[in-house]
Design a protein around this ligand. Sequence first.
Ligand SMILES: Nc1ncnc2c1ncn2[C@@H]1O[C@H](COP(=O)(O)OP(=O)(O)OP(=O)(O)O)[C@@H](O)[C@H]1O
Ligand SMILES: [Mg+2]
Length: 515
Amino acid sequence: MLETVAIWGITAKSVSSVMLIWAVYSQYIPRHVRSQMEIYFYKLLGWLSFYVHIKFTEHTEEGLKRSENYNAIRNYLSTNTAARAQRLKANESKNSKSLVLSMDDHEEVEDVFNGVKVKWYSNVKVTETQSNYGRNNSYERRFFTLTFHRRHRGMIIDTYITHVLREGKAIGVRNRERKLYTNNSSSEWYPWMSGKWSNVPFHHPATFETLAMDPEKKERIKKDLVKFSKGKDYYKKVGKAWKRGYLLFGPPGTGKSTMISAIANFLDYDVYDLELTTVKDNSELKKLLLETQGKSIVVIEDIDCSLDLTGQRKTKKEEDEEEDKEKKKEKKKEDEKKSKVTLSGLLNSIDGLWSACSDEKIIIFTTNFVDKLDPALIRRGRMDNHIEMSYCRFEAFKVLAKNYLEIESHELYGEIERLLEETDMSPADVAETLMPKSDEEDADVCIKRLVKTVEEEKEKAKKLAEEEEKSKAEKEEKRKKKKEEEADNKKTEEDEKKVKGSKVNGDLSEKNGTN
Ligand SMILES: Nc1ncnc2c1ncn2[C@@H]1O[C@H](COP(=O)(O)OP(=O)(O)OP(=O)(O)O)[C@@H](O)[C@H]1O
Ligand SMILES: [Mg+2]
């Protein structure tokens, strides 16, 4: 990836010209001759030049993975210097938001850092191989060469290269198109199939501005996220993996999934939507999480329904009572297909040793029933921030009215405030009621419809509460009656016993008297 060649005696320009000519024409020389010539060529340049050359290759030494450093340099040069190159290449990268312009092969550009001039060359080397079947294959191997005077060696190696790589990586993050990933079943994990994760571009429009919730709570969450995203050094200092867990809980339609999109848009992160039911076991889970990148959110929705994570098993006796033989067989088959991810496996993956393998990661669990979850799963340190998404109150309603109707006040706002305090209606239901259903419907119509709907909901809730109260009272009445009956029965039994006892005693004394 990074090779240095110190060359003495001739100018950078002449060295670069010679190297360029060599890179272009060496491919026409037979392979065995070329490799010998290369050795002498570089030795000769080394004797003649004052310049140092560092080579950055496109692929890592294992040859399979693209080098992150090469990509970072390409980004840096595309942004900072490529405009000065005479020949450019327009790449339509599937990972990038826009067209990427980079230096064409065998092109050179100059860069100046702290008053020092350096040169970058983009090179390509064509290698030809012969397969077992006698077919000729040719591979293009690209690399950048950085050239600078040897008296700046320390500064360039210690400072300039770090600056280029850091800038280049930041440009890559800014330009990347954000993705929504979903995990594939392990039968598709091969490189020639879909791999571990499939992705689509992530374009969800939800933001914190459009999210309806208490403004103070919203502000607290935003501050927490900002603190986290800037906390690299802090996390290092306190010896903690740079990740944060959020537990979002609340009734259906209160905005848990919407909040995840708002967080992803706020931090500019990718989203990995982890479907636990397709993960076969703990080891698969570990491998999946290892393949996620930094600056991302790993989401497990409806964690209470995803798996039986309580770790409890039914006793043998219970099972025997429950099913006959045939049913058991079917259940066994189903169980085999089911995920064997356990609570401890999940805990290890989210905060065990493996979890620190990639930085800057947020893990979010959502649930409708927070009480159902094992306390080990949601303790602080694992799920650091517990956020309750609640029914729509007045503050949240105002955000929805602004989003859906573009209004900030109305004569019915007072009425709505009172009604929403007394009625539990989800933001999803309020939003749906507020949305105009035709071009004729204006804000006034929609607001009036909301008042009517909330009143109906209130009435429904009142009736339901009354019915519940009634059935509770009936149950209590029944229970009391049953208890009284039982007490009566017991009393009757005791009375009968007493009568029987006195009769026996009477008979006995009668018998004794006759004797
Ligand atoms: N707090 C909110 N702010 C803005 N829109 C919301 C909010 N809550 C719900 N909505 C609207 O309702 C729809 C459903 O919300 P969402 O899917 O986020 O709810 P949820 O809490 O994830 O529900 P579930 O528990 O059923 O998964 C969203 O598409 C959004 O339009
Ligand atoms: Mg949801």
